[in-house]
Structures are given as structure tokens and as C-alpha cells.
Design a protein around this ligand. Structure first.
Ligand code: GLC
Ligand code: CA
Length: 546
């Protein structure tokens, strides 16, 4: 039995800690999130993705877990989690949760036992080396703040491997006990009603770095993902795995699996990076280039499209020169950059608060092949706080209203989990939900319309996508065909009006669906179509049948 809901979903990502505080202690919580489901529902999202909310010393925003079976007490209880999930389901919203399977916090009781007792059953749950490994500086994920991937532990008298920060020890995924435990973790949350997992750091999860050859499973490491897929599907037919896997196009087949039975969804990092390059150049060529390189994927598989997320904008897949262009356009100051490859800013300030460019960027995300994923706050055009370390710059409290603490908390400002962004073009006084709600033309209303239109165009989630040639290189022209229906979506990345000609085989007339300006007239498919500077149009081919 298959349930392919994710093919046509709109996913909204929330950090419980910074979304809404219900008890005035300055920390967002499940009660607050449950109270604000109106907002998520009104936006047109169909699924909420929660970044980690598990007990944690919080040295990596919760991606350093100390208990996979519980809720961080600052955010609520398991009961509050269930109450929230229930409330979400009541509104037809699915919930997926982050699964950090690659590593645990070194404070996790498993690691504590492992380091203290070489005979502990947990010793082999991690990756150790008695001798100092050869190149301990190789393979760091956070250059500039992370020095090594192996750290000597005095207690264990051995080196442990960590792909990420030293406080995040990698689990030994070659160990069948670890695999069995991770199944229990997934089974636990599925039983509590989640519809799947955002799988953290998948390429690192399936590597056997540091594990002796003879202890490695003999199968292709990607096949471990088949095991995971089978397990979650057996427990819950609709369970979906959404992978954080920053892969190149030649790896796509092995991650989705030859028949689409591996990962259900993968974030399209390649397209994301080239989209920003395209925006920096006012030219759609980089998007067309990546789309031309993208292999066809099985019908059950799906891309996840995004603009920004809770991390830095990772530009590591661009050439040095291209990255330089994107840096110059969107993050010229060193303090705006992170880890030598990325930009730690939110979308709105990157696009200088330019309404037209922002709305076009959202339209692009909804129009690209795949399922759109939004980062909370971007829908109202929130900004960042560069005084916060690393990626916390883009994780400030949700701006609900022009009220104390942006309406996020009624506690004292000094106690907030992170300061709210105040004053200036992106401060909560100007940028907030209350000011944009039901206001025609606001950023939030535009995102709402886009979400609604996208959901009414299953062709984008399901159909065959073709990039059409036009007479303007600034224009991205996408044609989707599915079950006898055709959609045409045009974006003009240039700061000037263009008249576009596209060859639309077999189509006579186009009915407007959505546009950056009022557009109600039918179009003759053979006429050129006019696009505003940074303009966009969504059109549906009018068939004989209606
Ligand atoms: C993923 C998360 C990131 C985290 C890292 C380590 O990349 O998105 O926030 O720091 O994994 O868990
Ligand atoms: Ca709270």
C-alpha cells in the first residue's frame, strides 16, 4: 500500500524553541506551537517539520541529542508533544521530525558509559581508535570553528570519531545493535503519530569512516537506507524519509534507489545553490544548467525545494568564482559568511528587502520540480541577527506582532532564548505576522497564494517537467505535463520588462492562474507574453475539454 502525500505537500519548518512561548519563561514550547497552528494552516502548509526538540545540552541547537525518546523539558513533555500532534492532525497537518542518527551528544548516557568502561555494551556503539588516526584534521564539516574529526578522550584513553563538532560523537552504524536501536527510535515516534523523518546528515550516516574493514557490512552502504525505508513503511504506510544529503547529480540514483525504494525525498542542494547564483546574476542560466544535468527520478521519489533553512546557505558546490559572485551579491561582509562556503543570513536581507525579488524567489521555489519547504519567519520577511554565533543568526524568535518581545513571549526580554530582531528594516516593529495577515499584497499573503496555487497544480509535484527555450536568457520557462493537463510557469530574473516567446506544442490558449500583477485575460499561446521586472506568471493550458 502506498501513500504518496509528500509528492504534493507544502512543508513548514519550525524550531519549537523560537516559535512561541506559552508560559512566559522566554523559551518557545509545544504549548505555544499548538496555539499557533492557525498561522501554519492559514499559510497553506500541509506538513510541519520540527528540528530537534529532544533533551540536549544545546551546543548545536539540539542536533546534539542526549535522549532520543524524550522531549527537552524546556519545551514541554511527551504529553505536550502528543497534544500538539493531535491538534495538528485535527487540521489536516502532518508532522515530521528530525532524526539525528549520525551522532549523539557526548553527554548521552551511551557515550558516557562507552568512554568509562571498555567492556560496556555501548563501547562499540561509537567509533574508536587506540592509536592517533592519521589525518585528524581531514573532513571537518565546520572549517573555522571545528579543528579535527578525531578527539582524544582521557577517560576512554582512545580517540573517538566525530564528523561534526567534538561534542557530537559519531555512532557506529556498522554495529547491528545501533541499527536495531535506531529502529526503536523511529518506531517510537511513528507510534506517537509522526508521518516521517527528516534524516540528518545522510552521506555521513552511511559512511563507515574509522570502522575497520572487517567490521563493515558487506553490502553497498546505501542499502542501509533500504533497511530504514522498509522499517518505517512496515510500521506506517505513509511514513516518509526526507534526506539532508548535499549530493551531486551523479549520486542521485544511488540515494533515491534504482526503483525509488530508498529515500522518499532529498533536499535539492544543487538546485538551491544555483538558484542563488542565478538570482545574483539576474540570469536563469545556472538554474537551466542544473536542471539539464538532473536525472529523471522514479515516480515515487521527490525533490524538496527550498530557499533558506535553519543552517547557513551552503554554496560549497559552486565553483570558487561563482561562489565569489554569490558572496558579493548576498553576503559581502566576512561576518555574513560561515565555514568558508556559506552565508548565514535570512532570505529577506539577502535580497535587500526588495519586495519584487522576494516574491519572485518564493514563486520560483514553489514552481521548481519538487515539494516546497519553508523556514519559519521567511514568509513574513524576517531578518537575521549577525551578533549571534554561527547559524544562530537565522534562528531568532518568530515575529508575531509589534508588541514586547515581538509577541513571542510575555516573559522579560532579558530571559528570551535568543533576542528578537528589533529596529531597522527587519525589526519586529515593522515585520510581523499581525501587520501582514489578511493584507493583500503582503509577503505573507503572497506566500499563501503561492501555496494555494501550488497545491492546486499537482502537475508540479507529479508531472514531467521541461525547461523551454525562450528568446530571453533571464527567463526561466517551465512546462509541466501530467494526466492531460499542462502548466506553464514563467519567471523573469531581470530588472527590466521582457516579451517572451515560447514554443508550446499542442497548446492554443492559456488561462492565468497567478501573476505578480493583476492578470485575468486569456492568452493566445502563440502571442509573446510580457513579464515585469522580476515578474512571474503561472498559466494553465486551456484544453478542448472545457
Ligand atoms: C545538519 C543540521 C545542522 C547540524 C548538523 C549536525 O547539517 O542541519 O544544523 O549542525 O547536521 O547535526
Ligand atoms: Ca516556554
Amino acid at each position: 500500500m502506498l501513500n504518496l502525500w509528500y509528492k504534493n505537500a507544502v512543508i513548514y519548518c519550525v524550531d519549537v524553541e523560537t516559535f512561541m512561548d506559552s508560559n512566559g519563561d522566554g523559551i518557545g514550547d509545544f504549548g505555544g506551537l499548538a496555539d499557533r497552528l492557525d498561522h501554519v494552516e492559514a499559510l497553506g502548509a500541509t506538513c510541519i517539520w520540527l528540528v530537534p526538540f529532544y533533551p540536549t545540552p544545546n551546543r548545536d541547537n539540539g542536533y546534539d541529542v542526549t535522549d532520543f525518546y524524550a522531549v527537552d523539558p524546556r519545551l514541554g513533555t511527551l504529553g505536550d508533544f502528543v497534544a500538539f500532534t493531535h491538534a495538528a492532525h485535527d487540521r489536516g497537518l502532518r508532522v515530521i521530525v528530525d532524526l539525528v542518527a549520525n551522532h549523539t551528544s557526548i553527554d548521552h548516557p551511551w557515550f558516557q558509559e562507552a568512554r568509562q568502561d571498555p567492556n560496556s555494551r555501548y563501547r562499540d556503539w561509537y567509533v574508536w581508535s587506540k592509536e592517533k588516526p592519521e589525518n585528524i584534521h581531514e573532513g571537518v564539516v565546520f572549517p573555522g570553528v571545528q579543528d579535527a574529526t578525531w578527539t582524544y578522550d582521557e577517560v576512554a584513553q582512545a580517540w573517538y570519531m566525530h564528523r561534526f563538532y567534538p561534542h557530537q560523537a559519531d555512532l557506529n552504524i556498522a554495529n547491528p545493535e545501533v541499527r536495531a536501536e535506531l529502529e526503536k527510535v523511529m518506531g517510537f515516534w511513528l507510534q506517537l503519530g509522526v508521518s516521517g523523518f527528516r534524516l540528518d546528515a545522510v552521506p555521513f550516516l552511511i559512511e563507515y569512516r574509522g570502522v575497520p574493514e572487517e567490521e563493515r557490512p558487506k553490502e553497498d552502504p546505501h542499502e542501509y537506507l533500504d533497511r530504514m525505508r522498509d522499517f518505517v513503511s512496515w510500521r506506517r504506510a505513509e511514513a516518509m524519509l526526507l534526506a539532508e544529503a548535499n549530493i551531486t547529480m551523479d549520486q542521485v540514483d544511488e540515494y533515491f534507489g534504482p526503483t525509488g525504494d530508498r529515500l522518499h525525498m532529498i533536499f535539492n542542494f544543487m538546485l538551491n545553490q544555483h538558484l542563488f547564483l542565478a538570482l545574483s546574476r539576474n540570469d536563469a542560466e545556472p538554474i537551466r544548467r542544473v536542471m539539464a544535468q538532473t536525472p529523471a527520478i522514479p515516480p515515487k521519489s521527490q525533490w524538496a525545494s527550498f530557499l533558506r533553512n535553519h543552517d547557513e546557505l551552503d554554496l560549497g558546490r559552486l565553483s570558487d568564482a561563482e561562489r565569489g559572485e554569490a558572496f558579493a551579491a548576498f553576503g559581502p561582509e566576512p561576518e555574513m559568511q560561515a565555514y568558508e562556503r556559506g552565508i548565514r543570513r535570512r532570505l529577506a536581507p539577502m535580497l535587500e528587502g526588495d519586495d519584487r525579488r522576494l516574491k519572485q524567489a518564493f514563486s520560483l521555489m514553489f514552481a521548481l520540480p519538487g515539494t516546497p519547504v519553508l523556514w519559519y519567519g521567511d514568509e513574513i520577511g524576517m531578518g537575521e541577527d549577525l551578533s549571534l554565533p554561527e547559524r544562530n543568526s537565522v534562528r531568532t524568535p518568530m515575529q508575531w506582532a509589534d508588541e514586547p518581545n515581538a509577541g513571542f513571549s510575555n516573559g522579560s526580554a532579558g530571559r528570551l532564548v535568543r533576542p528578537v530582531v528589533s529596529a531597522g528594516a527587519f525589526g519586529y516593529e515593522r515585520v510581523n505576522v499581525a501587520a501582514q495577515r489578511d493584507l493583500d499584497g503582503s509577503m505573507m499573503s503572497t506566500v499563501q497564494r503561492l501555496a494555494r496555487t501550488r497545491r492546486a497544480c499537482p502537475e508540479v509535484g507529479w508531472g514531467r517537467c521541461q525547461v523551454l527555450d525562450t528568446n530571453e536568457t533571464s527567463v526561466l520557462a517551465l512546462r509541466y505535463d501530467w494526466e492531460g493537463e499542462t502548466i506553464l510557469i514563467l519567471h523573469n530574473l531581470a530588472d527590466r520588462t521582457v516579451e517572451v516567446r515560447v514554443a508550446l506544442e499542442g497548446i492554443e490558449r492559456l488561462r492565468p492562474l497567478l501573476c505578480d500583477q493583476d492578470d485575468r485575460a486569456m492568452h493566445d499561446a502563440s502571442d509573446p507574453i510580457s513579464l515585469n521586472p522580476y515578474g512571474y506568471r503561472w498559466l494553465r493550458a486551456q484544453g478542448e475539454r472545457r
